[in-house]
Design a protein around this ligand. Structure first.
Ligand SMILES: O=C(O)CCC(=O)C(=O)O
Ligand SMILES: [Fe+2]
Length: 228
């Protein structure tokens, strides 16, 4: 291997291998500061990723629910928009708890570095069967001050490029091309919820992921929002 190819290999490895958790938090903070989103291939701790996959695959089919659109009372199920199935993470499983701890660490880091004022976190596991999709959408709407930061991690070992299932992150309303993210093992994506429309393309195989949203505290008077 020539020196340059070797250097390139090393650089790629640095960009795509597992890195220490504080370094990953900082890398995400810097990406968000610079561009409002962060794409970090294969960088979530691999043991955590593996444990989440094992946990997800152990959930009985009947505990998954058809994913809806919108919040609580106005939640609607629209199979033309999304077709995945989800299970909320409550921290009852060891892997779920470790994930919530990881996310709490990220929340703290981002609040310190970027003053985002993130206040609470909600998260679910998702299963997209072959052919499932989630059409272009925003996770939050401007001015509603609820979901501020979205995060998605992918749990799929050996994902091949021709298996589809990419998440396409669009940089604004007019962007029709977007950035395609392969849902490969331990890849982390974070983005400002109000700024980036995105979609999930259908895949040829089962696609497993964890998605989460950080909220700010929007309580007014004694109306508590978020509820927990
Ligand atoms: O799984 C993904 O890549 C993104 C999922 C998503 O956009 C969502 O659940 O809101
Ligand atoms: Fe989304």
């Amino acid at each position: 291997m020539s020196a340059t190819a070797k250097q390139l290999g090393q650089r790629l490895e640095q960009q795509t291998g597992e890195i220490k958790t504080p370094d990953l938090y900082e890398a995400i903070a810097e990406d968000l500061y610079r561009q409002g989103y962060s794409i970090r291939p294969a960088q979530l701790p691999h043991q955590l990723t593996f444990d989440l996959l094992t946990q997800l695959q152990s959930i009985p089919e009947h505990e998954f629910e058809q994913a809806g659109i919108g919040r609580e009372t106005d939640l609607t199920i629209n199979q033309f928009v999304r077709k995945d199935e989800i299970a909320w993470i409550t921290g009852e499983s060891m892997a779920g708890q470790q994930w919530l701890n990881w996310a709490a660490g990220l929340q703290q880091h981002l609040n310190r570095r970027l003053f985002l004022g993130l206040f609470s976190f909600e998260s679910h596991m998702a299963h997209y069967r072959p052919g499932d999709f989630y059409k272009r959408h925003y996770d939050a709407f401007k001015g509603e001050a609820n979901r501020v930061l979205s995060i998605v991690v992918y749990l799929n070992p050996d994902w091949q490029l021709d298996e589809g299932g990419e998440m396409v992150l669009y940089l604004n309303d007019d962007d029709q091309q977007g950035i395609k993210v392969t849902p490969g093992f331990a890849t982390v994506v974070a983005f400002l919820s109000e700024e980036f429309p995105h979609e999930v393309l259908p895949a040829k195989r089962d696609r497993f992921s964890v998605a989460g949203w950080f909220r700010v505290n929007t309580s007014i008077g004694d109306r508590v929002d978020p509820p927990s």
